[in-house]
Write a protein that binds this ligand. Structure first.
Ligand SMILES: O=P(O)(O)OC[C@H]1O[C@H](OP(=O)(O)OP(=O)(O)O)[C@H](O)[C@@H]1O
Ligand SMILES: O=C(O)c1cc(=O)[nH]c(=O)[nH]1
Length: 212
């Protein structure tokens, strides 16, 4: 592949740093309980300055062009936090993060940092599977009286379940890369075989029944 677009470049980076693991014989268990032949560990991007900087620039450009009114960049705990910090730094905006639930001690906060009622917030997540984690985080921001302009993620599996959940929650979602691009890039780079593509595509049609 000569000139890669943003989605292809992010997929290519994820493959290059070994963030994408295939294990059809011994499926991964996701946070939602779904069993999957693939796991994408975007946390590894932290270890690669060129990669994390490309991601932060891409998020920052997206926010500048599509959400120029953003006042706070909020990361989802835990994997969204470092990316939100780098993006907030690039945009010189306040940063916050959202726990999956309120702390049981101390100030019992779910949102750490500062999000004021009425502020316009962009939520940064590392990855969307079902969307459950990031929608919950975005709703916590809304419950705090702020407005969520969008949820932005590095990668999305493009599952129907997530698309429907974001639509029902009336939350815009954009990802820098996605499952279909990842498969195309991996195949073009010889990192997977056509037999892998068949498994990955058939799993994607019915993720809930894989490996059961
Ligand atoms: O769209 P969903 O079905 O909610 O799945 C995606 C979530 O799962 C992972 O987080 P995980 O629960 O592994 O926690 P972590 O961020 O603390 O690593 C990932 O970082 C997303 O937050
Ligand atoms: O749904 C998840 O838990 C999940 C899937 C995945 O590919 N990567 C990840 O970090 N979490």
């Amino acid at each position: 592949m000569s000139s890669l677009n943003r989605s292809e470049q992010v997929a290519s980076y994820l493959l290059e740093i070994g963030a994408v693991a295939l294990r059809p014989q011994e499926p991964f268990t996701w946070t939602s309980g779904i069993k999957s032949p693939i796991y994408c560990d975007n946390r590894l991007t932290m270890a690669y300055p060129e990669v994390r900087n490309y991601i932060a620039d891409a998020f920052a450009q997206l926010i500048k062009s599509e959400y120029p009114d953003a006042e706070v960049i909020a990361g989802t705990a835990t994997a969204g936090i470092p990316h939100a910090a780098w993006v907030a730094d690039k945009l010189n905006l306040p940063m916050a993060y959202i726990r999956d639930k309120a702390k049981g001690h101390g100030k019992q906060n779910q949102i750490e940092g500062l999000i004021k009622p009425g502020q316009k917030v962009v939520v940064i997540e590392d990855l969307i599977s079902t969307g459950g984690s990031s929608i919950k985080a975005a709703q916590a921001v809304q419950e705090a009286g702020a407005e969520v302009l969008a949820v932005l993620a590095i990668f999305s599996y493009e599952l129907d379940r997530a698309v429907d959940a974001f639509a029902a929650a009336e939350l815009p979602l954009q990802s820098l890369s996605n499952y279909s691009t990842l498969i195309d890039v991996a195949l073009a780079q010889g990192k997977i075989e056509s037999t892998d593509v068949e498994v990955l595509k058939s799993w994607r049609k019915d993720p809930s029944s894989f490996g059961v």
